[in-house]
Design a protein around this ligand. Sequence first.
Ligand code: FMN
Length: 198
Amino acid sequence: MQDPLAQFHAERQLARDAGDPMAHVCVLATVDQQGRPQARTLVLRNVDHNGSPRLALFINANSPKWAELANSDSASVQVYWPSVELQYRMQVQTEALDPKVVAESWQFRPDAPKKMDWLYQQQAQSTAVADRAQLLKQLDQLASPEPLVAPEAAKGLLIQVTEIERLDLTQSNGVHDRTLYTLRQGGQGEWDKQTLVP
Ligand SMILES: Cc1cc2nc3c(=O)[nH]c(=O)nc-3n(C[C@H](O)[C@H](O)[C@H](O)COP(=O)(O)O)c2cc1C
């Protein structure tokens, strides 16, 4: 049976080729300590892991989502690519990406996000500040290493997909094509396939 993750990568490339700005990002949904859903846009990265393409997220360990991922054994990743009219929804688990890979890739970031990663050490991401002027002052006075290197809290997470659902809106009869693939427990990367009512 077709590997749904290979299909995901191939169709994402089609969306990229079509210049789809959504092809670069995803929505990551977690649950916070109060049990409330929390969703946010993140860059969805492709990394090479032992010769295989894998999906990854780059986030700071001083952010709420880091704790939310650590406190739960699952999260959800969703994408929609308007150019090819495809939605994918995934149930995922995460594992640490090699810090060396993170440090190398971190160097390609623009200056401002690099500095922000250092600022989060003293002022955690998503916390409130007095105002924007105060934030910019803190950033200006920030002591950071020269040349800038990735702080330990800049993390990469490899995504392990346990369920992946594809919704294809391109059917000529207007009835969407919806398929759920579930990773077989204890299998060698085999997937069970079910058609769902769209
Ligand atoms: C297009 C886009 C890409 C983003 N990419 C990232 C990213 O790769 N990593 C990240 O931590 N935040 C990224 N953000 C910011 C997050 O959406 C979010 O505001 C921030 O990480 C704080 O999230 P939290 O409070 O849920 O931890 C991105 C936002 C947008 C709009």
